[in-house]
Design a protein around this ligand. Structure first.
Ligand code: FAD
Ligand code: UDP
Length: 378
C-alpha cells in the first residue's frame, strides 16, 4: 500500500482514483457500509425510485476541469433544478426573482421597478460591509422578503441566530430581477444518468484500489487505525477534523439532518422535486419527492406511487452524522487551532467537507481533491 484514504466520499475517491491511475496502490477505508459518503443513493425497495440517502444531491459546476473529470465516470441528464417555497399558505418560486417579488407584493413590477423597490427596502445594510447572514440578506433583499423567506427557514435549518452565521451562507442564493428561477447559476448541471452510486463505484473500480467498508480509522481493533498507520505512509483524512485530534481544541459545531421517508399511493405528491417550508410553524425545512429528479425514468418508475422525504435539521451530538459546519466565531477560532495542530502531523493531508470544516459542494470537493493531488501528492 502506498497511500491510505480515510473516507470514500467524493474527496477521498478522487484522490484514490488519481493515485491509482498514476500506478500507486491505494486503500480506502470507510466506517459506513457503502462508498460515496453523503452523495450515496439507492433505489427504494418497493418502487425502485432512486433515493439520495443523505439528502438530495444536485450536481452543478462552472469548473471545466471538474466537468471534464466527472464525465469520465458518468453521463448527466438534462435535469435543471428548480425549488419552490411555501409561505403562509402560498407557493412562491425560488431563488427570489421577479416572480417571487411580484407575487409577494401583489404587483406587476418591471425589472427596473423591482430593483428600485428592493434598493429602497435594502438600504438598512450595505452588503459589502455585512458582518453576518442577517445583515447580508437584508442588504440584498430588504426586511419584508428576508422575514418571509429567509429568517425562519434559516433559523430552522441552522438553529443559530442569523446574526451569528457567516454572510457567505446566503451568498449561495442569488437574487434575480427577471423570471429565471433556475436554482443554480452554473454553466453545467444535471444528475448522473444511472445514479450516484454507479458513478461513485466506477471511481473506485480500479485494480490498484482496495476498499474496506465498516472500518473506522479510530477503531483500534482494526489494523489500519490511526495509531498504527500515522507516520508510516501518506494518509488522506476526510473525517471530522476535531475528531482526528480527540476534540483537544474543543468540539466544532455541526448540524445534522433527520429524514423521514414515506412511500405514498399517489402519482404525484407535490408536482416538483423540492418544496421548502419557509415558516416557523412547520417543523421540517423541506420535502423532497425523488421521482421528479428523473423525468426521463417515467416509463420505469411506477405511475401510481411516489417516495417523499421530509428533512428536519438540528445540532449534531457526538453520535450523529456531522453534515454541515455551523461556523460560529468560536468554531472559526477552533478551526485555526486545529490547522496549527495539523502542521505537526507528518504526511497526513486533511481534505473534504469534514476534514476542512467547510461548506463544500460536490464539485468543490472534487476540484480541491484534484488540486491536492496535483500540488501535494503527485
Ligand atoms: P463526505 O461525503 O462526507 O465523505 C466523508 C466520508 O468519510 C464518509 O463516507 C464517512 O463515513 C467517512 N468517515 C468519516 N469519519 C471516518 C472514520 N473515522 N473512519 C472511516 N471513515 C470515516 N453538494 C452538491 O454539490 N449539491 C447538492 O445538492 C448537495 N446537497 C447536499 C445535501 C446534504 C444534506 C449534504 C450533507 C451535503 C450536500 N452536498 C451537496 C455536499 C456533498 O455531500 C459534499 O460536497 C460531498 O459529499 C463532499 O465529499 P467529502 O468526501 O468531502 O465528504
Ligand atoms: N435559505 C433560506 N430560505 C430558503 C432556502 C435557503 O433562507 O428557502 C438560506 C438558508 O440560510 C440556507 C442558505 O440559504 O442555509 C443556502 O441554501 P441552500 O438551498 O443552498 O442550502 P442547502 O441545500 O445546502 O441546505
Amino acid at each position: 500500500m502506498d497511500l491510505l484514504v480515510v473516507g470514500s466520499g467524493f474527496f477521498g475517491l478522487t484522490i484514490a482514483e488519481r493515485a491509482a491511475a498514476a500506478g500507486r496502490r491505494v486503500t480506502v477505508i470507510d466506517r459506513r457500509h457503502h462508498v460515496g459518503g453523503n452523495a450515496y443513493s439507492e433505489n427504494e425497495r418497493s418502487t425502485g425510485i432512486e433515493v439520495h440517502r443523505y439528502g438530495a444531491h444536485l450536481f452543478h459546476t462552472s469548473n471545466a476541469t471538474v466537468w471534464e473529470y466527472v464525465n469520465r465516470f458518468t453521463a448527466f441528464t438534462s435535469y435543471v433544478h428548480r425549488v419552490y417555497t411555501t409561505h403562509k399558505g402560498q407557493v412562491f418560486p425560488l431563488p427570489i426573482n421577479l416572480g417571487t417579488i411580484n407575487q409577494f407584493f401583489h404587483a406587476a413590477y418591471s425589472p427596473s421597478e423591482a430593483r428600485a423597490l428592493i434598493h429602497e427596502l435594502a438600504g438598512e445594510f450595505d452588503t459589502k460591509e455585512a458582518q453576518n447572514l442577517e445583515e447580508k440578506a437584508i442588504g440584498l433583499i430588504g426586511r419584508p422578503l428576508y422575514e418571509a423567506f429567509i429568517r425562519d427557514y434559516t433559523a430552522k435549518q441552522w438553529q443559530t441566530d442569523p446574526k451569528n452565521l457567516p454572510a457567505e451562507v446566503i451568498s449561495r442564493l442569488p437574487v434575480r430581477y427577471n423570471y429565471d428561477n433556475r436554482y443554480f447559476n452554473d454553466t453545467w448541471e444535471g444528475l448522473p444518468v444511472d445514479g450516484y452510486t454507479a458513478w461513485l463505484e466506477r471511481m473506485a473500480d480500479h485494480p490498484n484500489i482496495e476498499v474496506k467498508l465498516n472500518t473506522d480509522f479510530f477503531d483500534e481493533s482494526q489494523p489500519l487505525h490511526k495509531k498504527a498507520v500515522v507516520g508510516q505512509l501518506p494518509i488522506i483524512y476526510t473525517g471530522p477534523v476535531d475528531r482526528y485530534f480527540d476534540n483537544s481544541e474543543g468540539e466544532l459545531s455541526w448540524r445534522t439532518l433527520d429524514f423521514t421517508e414515506e412511500v405514498l399511493d399517489v402519482a404525484d405528491f407535490q408536482g416538483t422535486s423540492v418544496m421548502n417550508y419557509a415558516d416557523a410553524d412547520v417543523p421540517f425545512t423541506r420535502i423532497h419527492e425523488f421521482k421528479h429528479f428523473h423525468p426521463e425514468r417515467a416509463h420505469i418508475y411506477p405511475a401510481d406511487k411516489t417516495v417523499i422525504m421530509r428533512e428536519f435539521s438540528r445540532f449534531a451530538t457526538r453520535d450523529d452524522e456531522p453534515y454541515y459546519p455551523v461556523n460560529t466565531p468560536e468554531d472559526r477560532a477552533g478551526v485555526l487551532a486545529y490547522r496549527e495542530l495539523q502542521k505537526g502531523e507528518r504526511d497526513v493531508f486533511f481534505g473534504g467537507r469534514l476534514g476542512t470544516y467547510q461548506y463544500l459542494d460536490m464539485h468543490m470537493a472534487i476540484g480541491s481533491a484534484l488540486s491536492m493531488w496535483q500540488n501535494q501528492l503527485n
